[in-house]
Design a protein around this ligand. Sequence first.
Ligand code: GLA
Length: 368
Amino acid sequence: MPRVFRAPGRINLIGGHLDYNEGWVLPIAIDRSCFLAAKARNDRLLRIHSVQMQETFECHLDDPRPQQHHWSNYVRGVAWALREAGQSIAGADLLISNDVPMGAGLSSSAALEVSAGFALLRLSDLKMDRVQLARICQRAENEYVGMRCGIMDQLVACCGRRAHALLIDCRTLEIEPVPFDDSSVAVVVANTMVKHALAASSEYNRRRTECDDAVARIRAVRPNVKTLRDVSWPEIQQMASTWPNDIRRRARHVTTEMLRVHAAAAALRKGDFAELGRLISEAHVSLDTDYEVSSVELNLMVALAQQIPGLLGARMTGAGFGGCTINLTGPNDAAEFAAKLAESYEEKTSIKPDVYVCRASDGVEEIV
Ligand code: GLA
């Protein structure tokens, strides 16, 4: 009998592009998951079948070469990173069905990595701390797949908690679960159905370089600064008059977003959802104008949401350049809000969006 595992996708309430700046983020693991049926083998083969890709891929565990741009790299990369970390995993047959939409900003790739890593460990009777597993999956994506992502997505897929958001300090990797109870507040996810995949990975890596550039300029004056977490926007303003405009605006997004995350966590702890919504909407403007990672479709989805009664706040989620927005509403308004948003987006674009209410769910687990 195969064993069955699941790892969730995620939305990030606030803290866009802060993880790789060692800032704070406030994500939720959602009730859309990557499901994986797994059987140990007694040789060193990894046989992976993806239901979505309708393809089977076979490789040897001892062959560390990635296949250019192939979906199997997410799984092979995790197997490689586990072995690099000294874990003696055995071969396996893996059947993958990923319920997290791909390229939608909901972290389907982290859900795949984490479910695969967890399954490969369990099949070989190996145990690992969840934060360490997240780091290994991030390493796979950074070094094997070639995307310089931060730690947020893998950490949420590992450590998500039902009915909670996670306040994560991306410097120390400390996690504070903050109650996010669906009897008080709802999150509606709205997929624009448009992805700008090429822009997404190259622009994402470029944003990281731009942040590094800002840090290098600051360090020329203040050598103790390690990342943008260590400075405030007023401090930067005093030294940034000669900086290129883009770099200054990237730094403004990052440093002001840090403050918004703390304010949002405080609002959530108090149950002040109006304030949480206001901060989420403010974050969208900053991501759009200062960080420039939104898109025409994301901005349209947010603008349409703002015309519907019951909205507390809306913003893009994930890396950007397409994918999903998140919309905060009261629990009783959510279903009607979702229907209206879907209708008005379709009316404007002739694209039928996927719009649904999501629930905060647990991290990776074995389910059968
Ligand atoms: C992607 C990355 C994350 C994070 C977000 C932006 O999802 O994988 O590490 O940087 O973008 O917040």
